[in-house]
Design a protein around this ligand. Structure first.
Ligand code: 26Q
Length: 847
């Protein structure tokens, strides 16, 4: 046996990093045998998936280590993106594409008689997020790596992600998402970077050796956080950043300690407490429940992450002077806002800094992104709960508030209303900590996620803060990664685009403008149409398999997929469907443009009205789809268990994108961008990023309807009376009366009374006010679809003008205007023996 170092190095290069088809085939066979422990005669599809995943992972590792080394050596400023959610989607396809391995792997598998597609489709999707906010975090990670920006995403390794949705008898039923059941080849546990997180107990003050007032926190429970690293490769570069997710474990010492002290049940209870923390993702977006476990989760991952960030910083520094120049910490909504108090605690209590110095560092380090204008969605935690769980943080928050209110008082003497409105503590029957205020006061920058949203944050939601600190507020319109949302989800369209304009659009989406030169080319339009047709055909097959419904590929595929929420107005869409149904019933010979109206999305399990909306849609579908008069004209489909993967399948199949939220309620929306980038036209309100999408694609290529945000406010001020719309609009009245009479729920005629009551007596989201405008606009859509040549032109122009909505643009703006960070390009170089682990290597610590 030859163990010469030289020979070993050759072995390592070929089997663990080589990218020739030969090297990949060899690696697959090797990993199947040595990692999965199977030979070809016993291997199943899952074994091959794992063998392939490890083959890809090996090729990520080298780049990841080189990336970490470069960041460490250059001591670069790093972006730390703190988010309770990262909805990353499937990783195999992503990693193959970003590493440039798709082609050789495809060939290697083919030569081994395997189908890459089936391995890709077999992957369990990590559902570590609810919707837009979590997916945005994932798009940002992709763009950060692609732009070669040093960055770490920090979050929670939920054992159970967003629930699986089933539809039974038309109702949503939730099933736990046990996504780690078969293991996760993409994560690397790092038990050596485990940290301690304290909960409960009390605080004590003392005077230190230099006479300083100090506080010591005596916790009731200590929990351990173990990081699991997921590599995040950039597209077409060597950068591989890290998503570091924390899993909670009980402290070993404590079992023994308490056990020896004789309290066995308390030891077991504490173990349960610890291990519950990272157990499950809360499924309620936009309706935070003040649940204790949720606050525990937030503090847990934030404390782990900040301790990790400080550890990384102190490898190269012996004081905190340069901390804000080396770390930019972004708060994705208020979910990690406790970080402001936690960084203060770490600097004051653990690193013995003085208050003013620590506060200056804290405020120069954090920035906060707001994602919502709904006041019920703003996080508030009862002071009593806070004090019980995080007694030291409550003290710190009170101290921050004291200083802050002094500043407010100085600026606005004797304005008691101002103090009340701006305080970090909301007074009332139950005192509450206002997390958005904490995030704002503790950050150097606050940003909204679209132009309109930012204006409303400044003028309404955080008006007093904007008046006090106007320079703190910025707008950063959201974006999406064109790698996942065009290249991976729509390969035929990506290929056609590349054939015409080259592939630079993948890193510079403004390049898509060059497609405009082809709108008048009939052959190009024919190919464009064919691709859309094929995507619709595939999706129709999916619907046939999963819903047993046959849909007409030549009908308008009219799609609304997103979380179910009253403000998103799925019910307005359903009212339109019923209106079409009534028109056809009234005149069965009516010449109408056939439509397939497709819905998808999850309802928060405790959100009654959202669950009713699903039941309404499925009930309308039952009537419509079984009525012979509707044949060839109208179909309604609810696709269950909407996910990133299902989105990747649905967006390319859409003709029409439904973006119909009440103006002023949707902060941005990002699904709107995914549809448009795949050639769907939008019917939408002037809300969130719709405003900017319409600006970019041109008003003539966008179907606009509804009240503006200002008109919504004005109408509310005047006293909105939904019943007047009902009384004065016969078509609307008919629809509402049918719902109220049980036409769509014959077995339970009063089933939809809660919806009727809400619409006629409150209509918080003004469906009735926008109904006629929406129905008229839908009629324009139908007429436009008749001229399919022109529709195709509009579709092409939509894609050609989507450049602005690349998350690369968004991230470049954050880098320049908020984070002040620069790219670092990674040289791979050649392997040395220490890379291969032949000598005891110096462990590169930066994640
Ligand atoms: C908070 C506390 C307790 C439990 C749950 C939550 C919680 C969880 C998720 C609150 C909100 C969310 C998610 C919000 C969200 O997805 N917002 C969306 O963010 C997108 C990205 O900026 C925007 O495009 C959408 O407009 C916005 O609705």
């Amino acid at each position: 046996m030859n163990t010469q170092p030289n020979d070993l190095r050759v072995y390592v290069e070929d089997d663990r990093t080589g990218t020739t088809v030969e090297a990949l085939k060899r690696a697959l066979a090797d990993n199947l045998y040595y990692i999965q422990g199977k030979d070809e005669s016993f291997a199943n599809l899952y074994d091959y998936y794992m063998a392939l995943a490890y083959t890809v992972r090996d090729r990520l590792v080298h780049r990841r280590i080189k990336t970490a080394q470069a960041y460490y050596e250059k001591d670069t400023k790093v972006v730390y993106y703190l988010s309770a959610e990262f909805l990353i989607g499937r990783l195999l396809i992503n990693n193959l594409i970003n590493l440039g391995l798709y082609e050789p792997i495809n060939q290697a598998l083919q030569e081994s008689g395997l189908s890459l597609d089936s391995l890709i489709e077999g992957e369990e999707e990590p559902g570590l997020g609810n919707g837009g906010l979590g997916r945005l975090a994932a798009c940002f990670l992709d763009s950060l790596a692609t732009l070669e920006i040093p960055a770490i995403g920090y979050g929670i390794r939920y054992e159970f992600g967003i629930f699986d949705q089933e539809i039974r008898d038309g109702w949503q039923v939730e099933r736990p998402d046990n996504w780690l059941r078969f293991g996760n080849p993409w994560e690397i546990p790092r038990p050596d970077y485990m940290v301690e997180v304290k909960f409960g107990g009390h605080t004590e003050s003392y005077t230190d050796a230099s006479g300083q007032y100090r506080v010591r926190w005596m916790p009731r429970i200590t929990v351990y956080g173990t990081p699991y690293d997921i590599p995040i490769p950039g597209y077409g570069c060597n950068t591989v950043n890290t998503l570091r997710l924390w899993a909670a474990r009980a402290g070993q010492d404590f079992d023994f300690h308490v056990f020896n002290a004789g309290d066995y049940t308390q030891a077991v209870a504490a173990k349960t407490f610890s291990e519950n923390i990272s157990k499950v993702l809360y499924p309620n977006d936009h309706t935070p429940q003040g649940r204790e476990l949720r606050l525990q989760q937030q503090y847990f991952f934030v404390s782990c992450s900040l301790q990790d960030i400080i550890r990384l910083y102190l490898r190269k520094h012996n004081n905190f002077d340069a901390f804000p120049d080396k770390a930019a910490i972004q708060l994705n909504d208020t979910h990690p806002a406790i970080g402001v108090a936690e960084l203060m605690r770490l600097l004051l209590d653990e690193h013995q800094l003085e208050w003013d110095y620590a506060w200056d560092i804290t405020r120069r380090t954090f920035a906060y992104t707001n994602h919502t204008l709904l006041s019920e969605a703003l996080e508030r935690w009862p002071v009593s709960l806070f004090g019980r769980l995080l007694p030291r943080h409550l003290e710190i928050i009170y101290a921050i508030n004291h200083e802050f209110l002094m500043e407010v008082r100085q600026r606005y003497p004797s304005d008691a209303g101002k103090l009340m409105r701006m305080s970090l503590i909301e007074e009332g029957e139950e005192k509450q900590v206002r997390m958005a205020h904490l995030a704002c006061v503790g950050s150097h920058t606050v940003n909204g996620v679209a132009a309109l949203h930012t204006e409303l944050v400044k003028k309404e939601l955080m008006r007093d803060f904007y008046e006090l600190w106007p320079q703190k507020f910025q707008s950063k319109t959201n974006g999406i990664t064109p790698r996942r949302w065009l290249l991976m989800s729509n390969p035929p369209l990506a290929e056609l685009i590349t054939e015409k304009i080259g592939d630079r659009w993948l890193k510079d989406l403004d390049e898509l403008r060059k497609l405009e030169a082809f709108v008048d080319d009939p052959q190009f339009r024919a190919r464009w149409r064919q691709i859309k047709h094929d995507r619709k055909f595939s999706f129709a097959q999916y619907i046939q398999r999963h819903n047993g419904i046959e849909v007409d590929v030549n009908s308008i595929f009219d799609i609304q997929i997103k979380r179910i929420h009253e403000y998103k107005r799925q019910i307005l869409n359903a009212l339109h469907v019923i209106t079409l149904y009534n028109r056809i019933k009234a005149n069965p010979d009516l010449e109408i443009v056939p439509r397939t109206v497709i819905f998808g999305g999850k309802a928060a399990p405790g959100y009654f009205m959202a669950k009713m909306a699903i039941k309404l849609i499925t009930s309308v579908a039952d009537v419509v789809n079984n009525d012979p008069d509707m044949r060839g004209r109208l179909k309604v489909v609810f696709v269950s268990n909407y996910s990133v993967s299902l989105g990747q399948f649905a967006y390319p199949a859409a003709d029409l994108s439904e973006q119909i939220s009440t103006a002023g309620k949707e902060a941005s929306g990002t699904g709107n961008m995914k549809f448009s980038l795949n050639g769907a036209l939008t019917i939408g309100t002037l809300d969130g990023a719709n405003v900017e999408i319409r600006e970019e694609v041109g008003a003539e290529n966008f179907f606009l309807f509804g009240l503006t945000a200002q008109e919504v406010t004005d109408l509310k001020m005047q006293g909105y009376r939904p019943i007047d719309y009902y009384n004065s609009n016969p078509a609307l009245k008919q629809v509402i009366d049918q719902l109220a009479s049980g036409f769509f729920s014959p077995k339970e005629p009063t089933l939809f009374m809660s919806i009727i009551d809400s619409l006629l007596n409150h209509d918080e989201y003004m469906l009735l006010a926008d109904y006629q405008s929406y129905v008229d606009c839908q009629e324009q859509v139908s007429q436009a679809f008749r001229d399919y040549e022109n529709w195709t032109r509009m579709s092409i122009l939509n894609v050609a003008r989507m450049g602005k909505f690349s998350s690369d643009r968004t991230i470049a703006e954050y880098c320049r205007e908020i984070w002040n960070v620069e790219p670092v390009s990674i040289e791979l170089g050649t392997y040395s023996q220490s890379d291969a682990g032949l000598k005891i290597p110096k462990v590169p610590e930066l994640a």
